[in-house]
Ligand binder design. Sequence first.
Ligand code: LLP
Length: 437
Amino acid sequence: PITAARDEEGQLTLGGLGVAELARRQGTPAYVLDEADWRRRARTWLAAFGSYDPQEPPVHYAGKSFLSKAVARWAAEEGLGLDVCSGGELAVALAAAFPAHRITFHGNNKTVAELGRALDAGVGRFVLDSHEEIDRLAAAAIERETTAAVMVRVTVGVEAHTHEFIATAHEDQKFGFSLAGGEAAEAVRHVLKFRAGGKTPPLELVGLHSHIGSQIFDTAGFETAAHRAVGLLAAIRDEHGLVLPELDLGGGLGIAYTSEDDPQDAFSIVAALKAIVARECFGYSLPTPQITVEPGRAISGPPGVTLYEVGTVKPLEGLRTYVSVDGGMSDNIRTALYDAAYTCVLASRTSEAEPMLARVVGKHCEAGDIVVKDAWLPADVRPGDLLAVAATGAYCRSMSSNYNHALRPPVLAVLDGAERVLVRRETEDDLLALDLG
Ligand code: LLP
């Protein structure tokens, strides 16, 4: 839902800037990110934790939702940690001089080169996802005579109520070590074997990690995850005499894409997580670990809007009207991939015309190229109008492609009535530069 203000001419304003002006200067399609909103959300997540050590912030922004150098700087300035899951994301973070000790490195198949680079950079946490990786990271750390702080990623067996492709804690998927199957306890043994080595142990186990999925509204899944993970913390204490200080419960907090979505705020989620972890730990006479979370979408999604220009309007008698815009599945694959719902508005003007049920589609050579499946737009929507699609700040630019040799739109930050280009629009020269003939 777009609640942004309109000026006296009726055009939508973002960060104090009229969208028509913005489109005239920067072109369409364009991703527009409200910097103040992004920063406010980041601050709210941290505030929800109350007091904490600023060197070890309990909130790690999930860079996969959207990362650029400026956004990494925003995260650094607001005091967040950062979750990266590839060498590329790590490179952007380091290029922005993000404090490496506040970075957590994820991934189910990190390469030896990626692990080495992260160790050299001084990355704060490695989340281990396989036995091969435990050995690889230990070898890389031994080679460098350093110690990597690690967490073991646990599959807690929760069926998160979300799309199958973004649920991650049921048993039949690629991430983590199964808790129920005893694999997680085995992974812990594997990591702890390296304690017995030389003077500098290559791996230091600091905690457990669980991520149950994405776009989740119900805290019950997190509570089950916390319950099971704390059970493993207790088992580790009993078996190894080791009390792990950290428990990372991952990201996945849902946001409102349409008025039917009813997300919880950061304060109530964090309070619920703290309460359940404290209660479970009490039951095992365990000290409560530091809880960390990794929201991506909940920080970067709502502050983002995509601006498109309408090119054609095709009414199909008795069916619906197809409104084609100048982007599509290359800049937002989520509708096609997850059947995701979005909301859009006519942004360049207001209209008194009756609302009609329309489908906003892109310009790609594919019938599934849908941006907004069910869009209520005024019946007089016409070529040249600007449409704004809400809540596209997460997983749109970061999952964008050059399908049909589309040029990726720019990412613009708006703040106090001015825009700044964070990522510029691609050009045909950019595409041709990769094509060596
Ligand atoms: N932590 C871990 C370990 C993750 O795998 C993820 C997301 C997050 C945190 C952040 O989740 P968030 O708070 O943003 O939901 N492309 C999909 C989402 C995939 C998310 C993958 N991992 C989408 O567009 O919905």
